[in-house]
Design a protein around this ligand. Structure first.
Ligand SMILES: NC(=O)c1ccc[n+]([C@@H]2O[C@H](COP(=O)([O-])OP(=O)(O)OC[C@H]3O[C@@H](n4cnc5c(N)ncnc54)[C@H](O)[C@@H]3O)[C@@H](O)[C@H]2O)c1
Length: 333
């Protein structure tokens, strides 16, 4: 008997091609049942290769395929309508980050999920990787944190390209896009800051038409006295991904697939490494969502968990526009 959940993939661009479609092939609990993209050529290529139905309208896909859930990997501005259509059809959603592009949309979608009874899980891979929860377990060993330093950078050849180059379509720039992962770790480990002061720039490609920042620096402060910063850039290499949290008894350093505990002089006390760092994250994530739907696993990345992310982003963009600190908590509904 086939007990696998039937999944439809909506959005057949980079993330679907590199992660979700190969990941689905390795899933034990789910199988691909249909695909959808506004680009008919992409639909034709994938539906032919997988011998499954393809659509250019999500409503038709939902009606004709009747999947158990949908994986949504579309430009950020297109997410809202697709989630609303899934809610209307009572179909669960695994949503590529970000959950929403602003606090208003996040509130609206969170309420819609509750009302329609659908489960929604945002794919922030680090939540499902064994090293990152382990880091949370080690955090208490450094004492009360007083400093946090986050950095996530890489050089993409064209930071101006496509929907990512336009703030309105992407809900921001690198901070809302790749920075979402760093923000997720920050909020998971330390909670929502009480003040942010942000500067952003779209200056890496002089003369090009784009307004979504390629680089952002966000200063963070908590009422507890903890402070620090996040630096995110998709134009400035080298590739780096690091969050360091310091307290009186040492520093916790979280890097890609690795966590180290340092003593106050910087000597390594202990470390945890996963090798390979990312064996096949999408397959694990998709199978996990199947278990969430069966009621045998918890969803650590639902709408409520992501409201703070969206408010931090909103506060950072307001701070950048006004040159003043902003309190993310004031952006919570
Ligand atoms: N978790 C990660 O590490 C990670 C990495 C890369 C991208 N992403 C996320 O994945 C999502 C997609 O990013 P991408 O890099 O694949 O973008 P992309 O531009 O490569 O692909 C997006 C696809 O969506 C299609 N599309 C646009 N509007 C649509 C609609 N209304 N209905 C159906 N299809 C539509 C486009 O035609 C395109 O094929 C984004 O949310 C992004 O943040 C996550």
């Amino acid at each position: 008997m086939n007990v696998r959940k039937r999944v439809a993939m909506v959005g057949l661009g980079g993330q679907a091609t590199s992660d979700h479609l190969p990941g689905l092939a390795q899933c034990r609990l789910a199988e691909l049942a249909g695909v959808c993209d506004v680009d008919a050529d992409r639909v034709a290529a994938v539906s032919e290769a997988h011998r499954i139905p393809g659509f250019t309208e999500v409503e038709r896909l939902l009606k004709e395929v009747r999947p158990d859930f949908v994986i949504v990997a579309v430009p950020h501005h297109a997410g809202r309508q697709i989630i609303a259509s899934c809610a209307e059809a009572g179909v669960h959603v695994m949503k590529e980050k970000p959950f929403a592009i602003d606090p208003h949309e996040a509130d609206e979608l969170a309420a819609l999920c509750v009302k329609s009874g659908i489960e929604l899980m945002v794919t922030v891979q680090r939540r499902f990787h064994p090293v990152y929860p382990a880091a949370l377990g080690l955090l208490e060993q450094i004492g009360a944190p007083y400093l946090v330093e986050g950095r996530y950078t890489f050089h993409c050849p064209d930071p101006t390209a496509g929907w990512r180059g336009r703030a309105q379509l992407a809900g921001g720039g690198c901070l809302a896009d790749m920075g979402y992962h760093l923000i997720d770790l920050l909020i998971w480990y330390l909670g929502l800051p009480d003040r942010v002061l942000a500067d952003t720039s779209a200056a890496a490609a002089p003369g090009a038409e784009y307004d979504a920042e390629d680089t952002a620096l966000v200063h963070l402060a908590y009422d507890s006295g903890l402070y620090g910063s996040l630096l995110v850039s998709r134009s400035a290499g080298p590739k780096s991904e690091r969050l360091a949290i310091t307290g009186p008894h040492g520093t916790l350093v979280v890097e890609r697939g690795m966590v180290r505990l340092l003593d106050p002089t910087g000597q390594v006390v202990e470390s945890l490494v996963r090798e390979p760092a990312w064996p096949c994250p999408p397959a694990g994530l998709i199978d996990r969502f199947c278990r969430v739907l069966d009621g045998t696993a918890l969803n650590p990345s639902g709408p409520a968990e992501h409201l703070p992310h969206v408010t931090l982003l909103a506060a950072a963009y307001v701070s950048d526009a006004t040159n003043r600190p902003a309190n993310p908590k004031e952006f919570l509904a």
